[in-house]
Design a protein. Structure first.
Length: 201
């Protein structure tokens, strides 16, 4: 199960192929990279269904973030999470460093901390995910994203959607095996409120 959970992390940042779950790449695209349909609607034909895709990227800047953020928001409906790589997260930290004002901690030994443990842009948290593809920065509105799963018809299903069959003895080996099942997908009902910038340096 832990291996499957780890693979879900990989699949979330990979264009959907075969039996993989739909990904953030799929829902944030505008038809440039993801060909065909998303949710049975062709992104290339319907602009109201397209994600806010920026494929040019470039050097990270506050104006770059502001432009993409504005494309993803509508009134008070705005991005709620900004996943990216550890490298880009640190680069954003570097952009903010000149604004830092340090205070000494005088409880015990005086000390000063030159880094951040949490970063925000316009009150939206930016998180570093080791699974995120190099050079990618996402702008997600979680209100329209859901990881759904179905219960198995025969075996008990846990709160994360996993079901395990009883152990059985195969006819051709000295051991016992069981099957792990998970039926589900990552869905987005409004790609227009999702965005991504690629090739951020």
């Amino acid at each position: 199960m832990n291996t499957m959970k780890d693979r879900f992390g990989d699949d979330m940042y990979t264009i959907q192929t075969g039996a993989k779950i739909n990904s953030l790449v799929d829902m944030c695209d505008d038809g440039t990279n993801v060909t065909g349909n998303y949710g049975a609607i062709d992104m290339g034909d319907y602009s109201w269904w397209q994600g806010q895709y920026n494929g040019t990227g470039g050097a990270l800047s506050l104006s770059m973030l502001a432009t993409e953020y504005d494309l993803c928001k509508s009134g008070s409906d705005k991005p709620t999470l900004m996943p990216t790589t550890e490298t880009i997260w640190s680069a954003y930290e570097g952009l903010l460093q000149p604004q830092v004002r340090y205070n000494f901690n005088t409880q015990g030994y005086p000390k000063i901390d030159g880094g951040f443990t949490a970063l925000y842009f316009r009150d939206t948290p930016m998180i570093a995910d080791e699974k995120c593809t190099s050079g990618y920065l996402y702008f997600l509105n979680e209100k329209y994203i859901n990881l759904i799963y179905m219960s198995h018809p025969d075996f008990p299903t846990d709160k994360m959607g996993f079901a395990v069959s009883p152990m059985r003895v195969p006819t051709d080996q000295d051991g016992k095996v069981a099957y792990i099942f998970w039926y589900g997908n990552l869905i987005c009902v409004k790609p227009k409120r999702q965005g991504v910038i690629r090739s951020v340096s």
